[in-house]
Design a protein around this ligand. Structure first.
Ligand SMILES: NC(=O)c1ccc[n+]([C@@H]2O[C@H](COP(=O)([O-])OP(=O)(O)OC[C@H]3O[C@@H](n4cnc5c(N)ncnc54)[C@H](O)[C@@H]3O)[C@@H](O)[C@H]2O)c1
Length: 434
């Protein structure tokens, strides 16, 4: 199939889209392509998710089942049958890219996907990596497979990279409004990638190579990690100087140029900001370069839970209590407000540190009813009920995630002692900021 053929199938909405990895990134893409009239097939190795999605049900809190149901009615189906890859014109890879135990890139999910789809690839398809990774991944992991199958990339098979800019829970922007960086291995590849995404977003941003696109995504995330590290450090200094860091940030943010506000917190969380920067750190070593900003920000951000626990200990001491045996309630375990995502959440490190000091820890999070085993932690805990009585039963309540649904007045009126890591109570003299 020629490039023009593929482009016209995209333009006429005849193209079938494969989305591999039906998670935080893949599912919104499924919904968006389906809204635009494309037939979408979702691939995932998790049978439970596949089954649920085929019934028109969402498994992520911020994605309503109604959106999945509409997609199913428009022809979307989920599967783990890789043979169906050959039915698809465009294949989008949205699988996890975590770190290994030594902070090295763990590409097993991308490699696993390539192994699964390899026998079913055919001439005329477009293969795009959406997962975040270091510059060179598309060239090193996708192109050799296409070559091995005997395709000529840019002529009868097309390969590109387009990073996702998903921000779960952010209601201000939809996929359609967020400009999408697009790239290809060759000029032909880039032009098909651009044609595909132009059908679902208002603006595409073509860049010259897949390596530029990969590095762009990393710059975006490193920029956040470093600036959050900076405000976290400044928070500690400001606290010692008895200065309200939030008031400082608000005042600085009135500058109409050259300043972007970032807010301190209990540490970094989520699948992206604590992880992605280290993909570049690892790759930079190949060039004998030590990425000091990334390492330093990582050091400061990962130390924040220790700082928070120290503030908890001081707050308890002021009330004549010790951490040992103290009853502590964690409010919010999701890594950020209004979502159910607990990946890399700093709340878990805080719980661990408190338990090490023999505090009795419970949590309440309306978005996370139960804690299950993760790669690093195994807390078998359930979210406790939230009421004036339960709040009053704890020696200390710590606000780790400032979900909008929390009743902040109720917390203030009933908790014996509050430690706030989010600045929600910054005007309350009785609350300890951490
Ligand atoms: N979560 C975000 O906000 C966000 C934003 C931008 C970019 N990213 C990047 O997007 C990628 C995906 O992240 P996510 O948050 O959607 O992850 P996720 O864990 O929510 O979803 C990934 C899905 O892939 C499935 N999967 C794993 N291996 C597979 C395989 N071999 N074949 C098929 N399915 C497989 C998993 O079962 C899961 O459903 C990562 O590279 C991440 O860095 C994430």
């Amino acid at each position: 199939m020629s490039i023009n053929n593929l482009k016209s199938r995209i333009q006429n909405r005849d193209a079938c889209i494969a989305v591999i990895g039906l998670g935080y990134v893949g599912l919104p893409l499924v919904i968006r392509f389906s809204e635009e009239g494309f037939r979408v097939i979702g691939f995932d190795i998790d049978e439970e998710k596949v089954e649920k999605l085929n019934k028109g049900k969402s498994y992520l809190k911020h994605i309503p089942s109604s959106s999945i149901d509409v997609a199913v009615n428009n022809g979307f189906s989920a599967t783990s049958d890789w043979e169906r890859i050959s039915d698809c014109d465009a294949i989008l890879i949205c699988v996890p890219t975590p770190l290994g135990s030594h902070k090295e890139p763990d590409l097993q999910y991308i490699q696993g996907t390539m192994d699964s789809i390899k026998p079913h690839l055919r001439v005329g398809q477009l293969l795009i990596l959406e997962s975040t990774s270091y510059p060179g991944t598309t060239e090193e992991e996708l192109v050799p497979i296409a070559n091995k199958r005997g395709f000529t990339v840019g002529e009868d098979f097309f390969v590109g990279f387009s990073p996702e800019r998903e921000d779960p829970g952010n209601t201000k922007f939809t996929i359609k409004d967020i400009p999408k960086v697009v790239s290809g291995i060759t000029e032909n590849c880039r032009s098909v990638v651009e044609a595909l995404y132009s059908s679902i977003v208002n603006n595409t941003v073509p860049v010259s190579t897949t390596r530029v696109a990969e590095m762009t995504k990393l710059l975006e995330n490193i920029h956040r990690a470093v600036n959050i590290g900076l405000v976290n450090e400044l928070k500690i200094v400001a606290d010692k100087m008895d200065i309200d860091i939030f008031e400082v940030i608000e005042a600085a943010a009135t500058k109409p140029f050259g300043f972007t506000p970032y807010y301190p917190g209990p540490g970094l969380g989520g699948h992206c900001i604590p992880i992605d920067p280290f993909y570049l750190t690892w790759k930079a070593k190949e060039y004998d370069i030590h990425t000091r900003f990334i390492e330093l920000a990582g050091e400061i951000n990962t130390a924040m839970p220790v700082y928070v626990v120290q503030k908890i200990s001081e707050a308890l001491a002021q009330n004549g209590k010790n951490l040992q045996g103290a009853k502590v309630l964690i409010l919010g375990v999701a890594y950020k407000k209004n979502v159910d995502d607990i990946r890399e959440t700093p709340a878990f490190r805080i719980i661990e540190l408190l338990q090490e000091k023999k505090a009795k820890v419970d949590y309440h999070d309306p978005y996370v009813q139960q804690l299950h085993q993760t790669r690093d932690y195994n807390f078998q805990m359930s979210s406790i009920d939230f009421s004036a009585e339960t709040l009053a039963g704890y020696d200390l309540v710590i606000l780790t995630t400032d979900h909008d649904v929390f009743d902040y007045d109720l917390i203030l009126q009933n908790a014996k002692c509050i430690v706030d890591t989010r600045g929600r109570y910054r005007h309350q003299k009785s609350v300890v900021c951490a």
